[in-house]
Design a protein around this ligand. Structure first.
Ligand SMILES: NC(=O)c1ccc[n+]([C@@H]2O[C@H](COP(=O)([O-])OP(=O)(O)OC[C@H]3O[C@@H](n4cnc5c(N)ncnc54)[C@H](OP(=O)(O)O)[C@@H]3O)[C@@H](O)[C@H]2O)c1
Length: 297
């Protein structure tokens, strides 16, 4: 099959060439991928993977072979999937438990923008307890995870404070306050923290007694230095976060929100997978607001 393959020495570490077809296990679907999307993590980590392998986490496409054990969608059904590799190929083997059927009204390119960022936002908020009437701070709010977190928290009844350098459109997604930096914000009950470095420390300092900070990412690439006694005092929680496993039910939930107009998918870049290098550079260079989506044409 054709695929974006880890290729040492290429500009982005990945190049469009040939890879072996995936061989599905007994509980896996074989999917012809029509669209995939880029995440900060799979793009920045691709060059560190084994040469010749096919990276990529988010893919949407059409089932070309059902699972051998009879579970899950049939041939011809449109499915969305989340996995640790293989999204940037022409074909992907997908465990049934990590896939969901895409409603007819949802474009596959739009669906492909959901998995990692959407499931992460959903699970990090869910792990933070009830959001009704609580103040929720989202850092890196202009990015993939951030835009879904703003919308899901607002939809769950939170007062959302969105922090980003590029704050355009975040109020329309439900943020009640849009800030660039955390100086002067009132204490918050929950933090969805995507940036790391000094921002993590500032967000910790903004956390009210009893609050919880979900440490999701580190796009700043910088270390976090906590001043003496910053972590001493009334009880607050710094929670390390990982998206987990068994994504199918959460993918179906997010797709339903999209289909019913309750979740907007902001695609800031869309183009052929031949233009991967351009999309990857724009994503890592903070030139894309929201998600970048590839057409596997
Ligand atoms: N733990 C997990 O399971 C999990 C799952 C998904 C993602 N993540 C992590 O979560 C983070 C966010 O992921 P994402 O896909 O939402 O990324 P993204 O789309 O690239 O968004 C990241 C946002 O961070 C902000 N940012 C602040 N300083 C930055 C810097 N120096 N370089 C780049 N961006 C910077 C940018 O907003 P402004 O430029 O507007 O300020 C950008 O919109 C990443 O670190 C990712 O690895 C972790």
């Amino acid at each position: 099959m054709r695929a974006l393959v880890v290729t040492p020495g290429s500009p982005s570490g990945v190049a469009l060439s040939e890879a072996p077809d995936p061989v599905p296990g007994p509980n896996e679907l074989l999917v012809e991928v029509r669209n995939s999307s880029l995440n900060y993590g799979d793009v920045s980590g691709a060059a560190g993977r084994a040469a010749g392998s096919v990276p990529g986490w988010d893919a949407a496409g059409v089932v070309v072979a059902p699972a051998a054990d009879g579970a899950g969608p049939a041939v011809g059904e449109r499915v969305l999937s989340f996995g640790g590799a293989g999204a940037w190929g022409e074909l992907r083997a997908v465990p049934v438990r990590d896939a969901a059927v895409v409603p007819e009204s949802v474009d596959l390119g739009v669906a492909a923008a959901l998995p990692v960022a959407g499931v992460t936002a959903l699970r990090a908020l869910r792990a933070s307890g009830s959001l009704l009437g609580r103040r929720v701070l989202v850092t890196g709010a202009s990015g993939g995870v951030g835009r879904y977190a703003v919308q899901l928290a607002a939809g769950a009844g939170a007062h959302v404070v969105a922090s980003a350098r590029r704050g355009e459109g975040l109020a329309e997604l439900g943020a009640r306050e849009v800030v660039d930096g955390l100086g002067g914000i009132a204490p918050v009950d929950v933090v969805i923290e995507n940036v790391g470095g000094p921002r993590l420390v500032e967000a910790w300092n903004a956390l009210a007694a009893g609050g919880v900070l979900q440490s999701i990412g580190g796009t700043s690439g910088r270390p976090s230095e906590f001043p003496p006694y910053a972590t001493v005092g009334p009880s607050r929680t710094l929670h390390s976060f990982q998206a987990g496993s068994a994504y199918g039910a959460d993918l179906a939930f997010l797709l339903e929100l999209v289909a019913t107009g309750k979740l907007a998918v902001d695609v800031g870049w869309r183009g052929s997978w031949r233009r991967f290098d351009e999309a990857a550079a724009a994503l890592l260079g903070r030139q894309i607001a929201g998600k970048a989506v590839l057409d596997h044409d």
